[in-house]
Design a protein around this ligand. Structure first.
Ligand code: AMP
Length: 446
């Protein structure tokens, strides 16, 4: 199938051609005709499938016909969980809409109101917003949704995970009931089904099999770690190897991201943190610095890094495993982009065994375990029958996980210069005596 066969306006078609796309992706091929026909749609698709264009193109198609309704409110509203994702959707809308020139903009938390109020002071075609800020505008009376024709929820499952369900309900209650609603989600769960039931009218379903196998160019490895100190040793080893040119390191919390990036910087590595406590401007600056090569190691939380598109990332390192298996797939997709190969390395301690099992069930394979000579774990996570495999119990340090420079067994910033080898062949070290960090189960960080 070609884009022309989808019946899109010539102005949109030429923008697609300018992007270099020749054919629609499967999600586009299935969703675009349904959305263009005016149906409510719930689509299961992940980042990287072309899902953004799957709703942006039919939304733009709507805008080729003038609205008969008076007022200034948006005709199309896209809700997205994070500022980064919202920014990318806006960029796509501007790119694919260059021949139509819709009036559009973003309403994002953490950004100044002045510009947003200016945007809303004249009739607007497309608004891409994070739910919290949109509710703020609704409550201030600075936006009305009575002209709304199409509501899109991008990464709806993620918005629910982040606790936006109340905000979404508020927004929906202010939207006209004859609007079209399109929902994209990476996963289908009970909560998503309930949301869909409340929001969609006789929806058409588009289900793309979860692309857990879509990372053929990414080599995935696992390192078992005894504790935090051991994780830091492994990290120091990996970042001292020449094959690592640029890495995104994922930590479980915003605080950990800050502390780890500070520690890496102290040890002479060009590093920075990326998380949701940073202002949008600071986040953009950091991403830009990484793109320009000023940052080699970016320590990020899941939500902040979602949708992050930086080429040349040779490694993704999961310093902490994600709680949600889908996040693992999103994380490793930050490397191996644009046809390049990439390496995704996960550290797992005994307290993360459940997460590891969840990930492996989700991706349908076991992560191959490697060990680094001189840094072998004393812990085993793959239970041989009859062995507990867990590490010794220990206390939780009080001053944060990364607070003490030089606390590592072998010191920080050391280059070991040894290569990794498959687990099983390594001589085992004497047991470590550092306290074992007991990981608390954490809510996903924004
Ligand atoms: P998304 O899943 O929307 O984040 O899109 C993933 C990537 O695919 C983006 O970089 C898009 O620019 C690109 N893309 C979207 N549609 C197509 C297409 N039909 N052909 C080639 N690339 C596409």
């Amino acid at each position: 199938m070609t884009f022309a066969e989808l019946g899109l306006n010539p102005a949109i078609l030429s923008a697609i051609t300018a992007c270099g796309y020749t054919n629609p992706t499967p999600i586009q091929e299935q969703s675009i005709p349904l959305v263009m026909a005016g149906h409510d749609v719930i689509a299961t698709a992940q980042t990287g499938t072309g899902k953004t264009a799957a709703f942006v193109l039919p939304a733009l198609e709507r805008l080729t016909v003038k609205s008969a309704l008076p007022g200034k409110g948006p005709r199309i509203l896209v809700l997205a969980p994070t500022r980064e994702l919202a920014g990318q959707v806006m960029e796509s809308a501007r790119g694919y809409g260059r021949g139509i020139r819709p009036r559009c903009g973003t309403l994002l938390g953490g950004m100044p109101y002045r510009e947003q109020l200016r945007l809303l002071s004249a009739p607007v075609d497309i608004i891409v917003a994070t739910p919290g800020r949109l509710v703020d505008h609704l409550e201030r009376g600075s936006i009305r949704l009575d002209r709304l024709e199409m509501l899109v929820l991008d990464e709806a499952d993620r918005m629910l995970d982040m606790g936006f369900s109340e905000d979404i309900n508020k927004i929906v209650s202010r939207a006209p009931s004859d609007r079209q609603t399109v929902m994209f989600t990476a996963t289908m769960g009970g909560e998503i089904s309930r949301l869909a039931e409340n929001m969609l009218r006789e929806p058409k379903r588009v289900e793309l099999a979860v692309r857990t196998d879509s990372h053929a160019l990414i080599e995935q490895r696992l390192h078992v770690a005894d504790n935090l100190t051991h994780k830091k040793e492994l990290l120091n080893h990996l970042i001292s190897t020449a094959e690592l040119t640029r890495a995104i390191i994922f930590s479980a919390t915003k605080r950990d991201a800050d502390e780890l990036s500070r520690e890496l910087s102290r040890n002479g590595h060009p590093a920075a943190a990326l998380h949701g406590d940073m202002t949008q401007m600071a986040r953009n600056k950091t991403i830009e610095r990484m793109r320009r090569g000023g940052i080699r190691l970016l320590v990020a939380t899941d939500v902040a890094a979602r949708g992050l598109d930086v080429t040349g990332v040779s490694h993704v390192i999961n310093f902490d495993l994600p709680r949600f298996a889908e996040d693992y797939v999103h994380r490793i997709g930050r490397t191996g982009r644009a046809g390049a190969t990439g390496i995704a390395i996960s550290f797992a301690s005994a307290s993360e065994r459940n997460y590891l099992e969840r990930i492996e069930r989700f991706i349908g394979k076991k992560l191959p375990e490697l060990q680094i000579a001189g840094h072998e774990p004393t812990t085993t996570l793959r239970k041989p029958a009859g062995r507990s495999g867990g590490p010794k119990k220990g206390g939780v340090p009080t001053g944060g996980r990364f607070g003490k420079p030089g606390a590592g067994k072998s010191g920080q910033g050391t280059s070991w210069g040894k290569s990794a080898k498959p687990a099983g062949s390594a001589p085992r070290n004497t047991p470590r005596h550092e306290p074992v960090i007991e990981y608390r189960s954490r809510r996903p960080q924004v």
